[in-house]
Design a protein around this ligand. Structure first.
Ligand code: FAD
Ligand code: NAI
Length: 471
């Protein structure tokens, strides 16, 4: 059988659609298989666009604007007499944004010549892909296959979803009423981001967390501070909790849990389960294909996303590493380039993380606790946004920039908590990608007045041991 395509990509999330577009741009005959179809319409963009990054950030932005207008505007001279939220309109607005971006991907597929194969893809042996849709099956052959099937939420067997009172993160992005009492199991990134949305809009939010602290992978200076800030914002986070079960009665859910003081229960109008995600590989791979999995169920790949079968790659949430959209997309691009014969390697040490709380938290590289654990000597420099003119002008003085460097001044980690940290972190990523020293940043001229000056001053603190605007 002759190959139908140079490349078949399975999944049109940020890993898959980006890989497919780049492969087509590189002159490869490319197809993308996607099974998400709603009311006859192809749904591109995967988790990220439809039930992840974009909808959550839209709701975070709207809910933040609401709180600013209600609680902060008067202080700076803007008076609003009456303010309220129209949740149905908010969700409609969010859906409009998602829909327009789905159309955008469809247009990119068309203009780049990516052929869409509608249906569920399954990898057979000898690099064949079976695509099934509404009872019809077709088999295609490819010289290369890129698996980009993503991830699914993990569930708790003893707290089963019912689609109404007990829901997952996707449904929590589509609530048409503000729940009075909102319970969340899991104080990870999703729990905190979604908890923040609904708390700002008026829900009384309780979050149950199995661990004894918040965000263990965040640098401790920041995680301790954000914990206090989130509590002040109204999130009630219960740590060291074991969930015993749930009972649904009269449109409310009772959560039974245990903490250091014994067994308790609390009632909620809605309960969101967000305790992590797992690779999505169900019915995806025929055993004879030879593709191997690791002990956590991820598809086993090397650092260039090559699986155990030559010519088959896997990228994004379905493989090891952080479950982040930008990591997924960059892996997609790397693999497309490799297939086209280019030697490209993604630098896994400089993938940024962002948690979209207010203030935002963003980081790249090593945390202080990681360096302590590995016995690496380091120095740090910290600069608070309270000392930054632009942060004061913006009325956004919470947070700081912390830069960690090795004894030779090479930057090992940049940690930012503050307004626009999600944008500022790119400076740390670029600096690290170019193996910059803290002095390189300290000797660079930054525009005034900008929040970036806090990055500059933190670099001065790291490199020179002193800053201009701190006593
Ligand atoms: P997915 O986006 O899951 O896409 C996989 C696609 O493959 C899907 O469209 C699926 O239908 C399709 N598919 C699966 N199996 C098959 C098959 N057999 N045949 C055909 N098609 C198939 N990350 C960030 O970086 N920033 C954020 O702010 C952020 N916010 C998030 C908020 C939430 C609430 C959630 C849940 C996630 C968030 N993420 C965020 C994570 C991000 O969404 C994922 O890392 C990203 O979507 C992974 O991309 P992917 O392409 O690997 O997988
Ligand atoms: P997570 O791994 O970030 O957090 C899950 C939390 O649930 C952990 O703190 C864990 O200790 C806790 N937990 C697990 N089982 C529990 C139990 N039985 N009882 C109580 N607590 C329990 O996973 P989450 O929040 O579901 O998000 C999944 C992934 O999606 C993230 O890891 C991230 O990669 C991605 N994401 C990224 C975002 C961003 O970049 N801003 C936003 C949202 C998601």
């Amino acid at each position: 059988m002759e190959a139908n395509f140079d490349v078949i990509v399975i999944g049109a999330g940020p890993a898959g659609y980006v890989a497919a577009i780049r492969a087509a741009q590189l002159g490869l005959k490319t197809a993308c298989v996607e099974k998400w179809i709603k009311d006859g319409r192809m749904i591109y963009g995967g988790t990220c666009l439809n039930v992840g990054c974009i909808p959550s950030k839209t709701l975070l932005e709207i809910s933040h604007n609401f709180i600013e207008a209600r609680d902060k505007f008067e202080e700076v001279g803007i008076k609003i007499d009456k303010i309220s939220v129209d949740v149905k309109n908010m969700i409609r607005h969010k859906n409009k944004i998602v829909s327009s971006l789905i159309d955008g991907i469809a247009a990119l597929f068309r203009t780049n010549g990516v052929r869409v194969l509608k249906g569920t893809g399954k990898i057979l042996k000898e690099k064949k892909v079976e695509v099934s849709h509404q009872g019809n099956k077709s088999i295609f052959k490819a010289n290369n296959i890129i698996i980009a099937s993503g991830s699914l939420p993990c569930y708790l067997k003893h707290v089963p979803l019912n689609g109404d009172t007990i829901i997952d993160s996707a449904s929590a992005l589509n609530l048409l009423e503000i729940p009075n009492r909102l319970g969340i199991i899991g104080a990870g990134i999703i729990g905190i981001e979604l908890g923040s949305v609904w708390c700002r809009l008026g829900s009384k939010v309780t979050i149950f967390e199995a661990l004894d602290n918040l965000f263990p992978s965040v640098d401790e200076t920041l995680s301790k501070e954000i914990s206090v800030i989130l509590t002040k914002q109204g999130l009630n986070i219960k740590f060291n909790v074991r969930i015993l079960g749930s009972v649904i009665k009269n449109k409310e859910v009772k959560v039974n849990f245990m903490d250091q003081f014994g067994e308790h229960s609390l009632n909620f109008d809605k309960l969101i389960i967000c305790i992590g995600r797992k690779p999505y590989t169900q019915k995806l791979i025929e055993k004879e294909s030879g593709i191997e999995f690791d002990d956590k169920g991820f598809i086993k790949v090397d650092n260039q996303c090559k699986t155990s079968v030559s010519g088959i790659y896997a990228v994004g949430d379905v493989v090891r590493g952080p479950m982040l959209a930008h990591k997924a997309s960059q892996e997609g691009i790397m693999v497309a380039e490799i297939i086209a014969g280019n030697n490209v390697q993604l630098n896994y040490d400089t993938i940024p993380w962002v948690i979209y709380t207010k203030p935002e938290i963003a980081w790249v590289g090593k945390t202080e606790q990681q360096l302590k654990l590995s016995g690496i000597n380091y120095k740090i420099g910290v600069f608070p946004f309270a000392n930054c003119g632009r942060a004061r002008a913006n009325n956004a003085i919470q947070g700081l920039v912390k830069i960690i460097a090795d004894v030779n001044d090479r930057i090992l980690g940049v940690h930012i908590m503050g307004q626009n940290a999600s944008e500022l972190i790119a400076q740390g990523v670029i600096a690290m990608e170019f193996s910059a020293s803290a002095e390189d940043l300290a000797l660079t001229c930054f525009a005034h007045p900008t929040l970036s000056e806090a990055v500059h001053e933190a670099a001065c603190a790291t490199s020179l041991g002193t800053t201009i605007h701190k006593i």
